[in-house]
Design a protein around this ligand. Structure first.
Ligand code: REY
Length: 431
């Protein structure tokens, strides 16, 4: 069941729109009276959304494969329908083709699920965004100044324990793939390192923040985070391919197998499908599908999960890099495309899987993309180009202009956007 206050709001908004659009006559017109001259109709609202450039989407997927992904896929959902594209294989050993209905590990897109749950608890008056974490979890952090909002915006200064854990890709992975950590153990790993910034000073991405968000959810609800995802997001939105099975290592049903790049060039890819993902939990252990991710991000942007005020808070961002083309809200990224369109969502990296899941602010258009490798930034950057193609379309003028320039010049003059920026986890740390 969707939470009724929001449904009521949605119905109210639809009624208001109908009235404003003149669908409901103001007064009954008598049969004899001449039809009154209609009020000047508002100029028809041309849908400014360009059609997705699906050839461009496929080119991006193929580029991800050229950069070492065994397969890749993307699904676009918009007012003009749903379009899915797959390339390569979902399992290198069997050669089974990539499948748009297959489940996979969404990594940090899980952070948006965790943020939604915590923000619903804020709406319910169970905590405040500016509460110190230590008020809710006494003694957890050495600094009383760290607030819930600092966690959700990656401004706490809590070091990311995964940096050390995965310094050496394959050995780092093998050391944790079957481990089951408590949240406290993960926080302790972070606290063994110096804080990266003063609380609130700037954006410093860290998985530790969303491990603490998981602790808060469990403390406030008295139940495992799995129950909160299920009751508050998965069931209401009927996300049948989405689950949180920690610490089960398997992905049930049709799924994509993950392939991890080894540290030594030329060594074979490592199948990383089965793992507990206990190192990430509420920061990255959700399983999902492209259709479900589009439904989730669209529903979120359409206000089906949070009140308008809370969604405003969630989409209020600070830049994460100097051009401002990329920014972060509360458990949510905002990317500004080269055509000016802004999209909200998250990226995910978990061994063997790169994910993008984004929607426009009105929730009318969404795109999710997956490549079944990780630890190979060029493949991730290539996959990210699906966003430009899907949300900016073909932009014939821009393309013609670019063609008329020398290649070097064209690169220099490319409009600012995400197109040629390296993928998120590959950016140098900025403290
Ligand atoms: C962990 C490293 C990535 C994975 C991570 N993911 O923090 C969270 C996120 C959930 O933000 C691994 N990298 C890889 C290495 C680096 O081993 N040497 O890329 O598979 O999505």
């Amino acid at each position: 069941m969707l939470r009724s206050p929001h449904r009521r709001l949605a119905v109210g908004a639809a009624l208001f729109a109908a009235l404003a659009g003149g669908l409901v006559p103001a007064a009954p017109a008598s049969a004899a009276a001449p039809t009154p001259a209609p009020a000047p109709a508002p100029a028809p609202q041309a849908d400014p959304a360009p059609a997705p450039d699906m050839k461009g989407v496929v080119a991006a997927l193929e580029a991800a494969m050229a950069e070492g992904a065994p397969g890749a896929m993307a699904r676009y959902s918009g007012p003009d329908g749903v379009r899915s594209r797959t390339v390569g294989v979902r399992d290198r050993a069997t050669g089974a083709p990539m499948d748009i209905h297959a489940r996979f590990r969404i990594g940090s897109v899980s952070k948006t699920f965790s943020a939604v749950v915590l923000l619903q608890l804020v709406e319910e008056g169970r905590l405040k965004l500016d509460d110190p974490v230590n008020r809710l979890l006494p003694g957890l952090l050495p600094d009383d100044r760290v607030t819930v909002r600092h966690l959700l915006t990656h401004r706490s200064g809590l070091a990311d324990y995964t940096d050390k854990m995965f310094e050496h890709t394959v050995p780092g992975f093998e050391a944790v793939r079957n481990r089951v950590f408590s949240y406290q153990e993960l926080v302790d790993l972070s606290l063994a390192e110096p804080r990266t910034i003063e609380p609130g000073a700037s954006y410093a991405y860290s998985n530790t923040n969303f491990v603490v968000v998981g602790m808060l959810i469990e403390k406030l609800t008295g139940r495992p985070v799995a129950d909160a995802y299920e009751r508050r997001i998965i069931k209401p939105l009927k996300l049948r391919g989405t689950s949180y099975v920690h610490p089960d290592t398997r992905i049930k049903g049709l799924h994509v197998r993950g392939h991890l790049h080894p540290d030594e060039a030329g060594a074979p890819l490592v199948d990383s499908t089965e793992q507990t993902v206990s190192w990430a939990q509420s920061a990255g252990a959700v399983l999902s599908t492209p259709a479900d991710l589009n439904t989730f991000m669209s529903a979120l942007m359409r206000g089906r999960l949070l009140s308008p005020a809370m969604l405003d808070a969630m989409t209020t961002v600070t830049p994460t890099e100097p051009t401002g083309a990329r920014a972060y809200g509360l458990g949510l990224r905002r990317y500004t495309m080269s055509c000016g369109v802004q999209v909200f969502g998250h990226t995910g990296t978990v061994q063997g899987y790169y994910t993008y899941a984004f929607a426009t602010r009105d929730g009318r258009r969404s795109l999710s993309a997956l490549a079944n490798t990780s630890n190979h930034g060029a493949a991730n950057t290539a996959l990210g180009r699906t966003l430009e193609a899907a949300f900016c379309g073909t932009k014939p003028e821009a393309k013609a202009e670019a063609r008329s320039l020398a290649p070097e010049r064209a690169r220099e003059e490319a409009p600012e956007g995400v197109l040629d920026l390296p993928a998120e986890r590959d950016l140098p740390e900025r403290h």
